[in-house]
Ligand binder design. Structure first.
Ligand code: ZN
Length: 127
């Protein structure tokens, strides 16, 4: 039972076929468009969260994982429809993950600032 007046802001981000859902209680503050060799190919917009803010509901065996470079993070995608859903740290003590905000309702994204991350070279935000 929610306290009176509390707005239910649960966001559902799901892959195209619906095998993987991510339930998130708060909208992203900003979005990140990264130009690294992987993100530019994926064409994703990242919204960063603590893993404890994101509930992942997936059909068993729905996801494939890709790792590269120092193999510190796993990129998850739906085996069925191919959508990249999120990245998660291998280190379970890490408090940061990235959700592909393109899986969210476009109405949520429209007002948000998109920051350009130079992941390819400097690792710094360009704007
Ligand atoms: Zn899918």
């Amino acid at each position: 039972m929610k306290p009176e007046g509390e707005v239910n802001t649960t966001i559902d981000a799901s892959c195209h076929c619906g095998a993987i859902h991510l339930a998130i209680s708060t909208p992203p503050e900003t979005l990140t468009d990264c130009n690294c060799s992987l993100c530019r190919r994926y064409g994703v917009l990242w919204a960063y969260y603590s893993p404890n803010q994101v509930l992942i509901v997936a059909t068993e065996g729905a996801a494939d994982i890709y790792m590269w470079g120092d193999r510190s993070i796993e990129f998850h995608r739906c085996k069925n429809c191919g959508c990249v859903t999120h990245w998660a740290p291998v280190d379970e003590h890490s408090d940061r993950m990235g959700v592909n905000a393109r899986l969210m309702d476009p109405d949520i994204l429209r007002p948000l600032r998109v920051r350009k991350l130079d992941g390819a070279v400097t690792g710094k935000y360009l704007r």
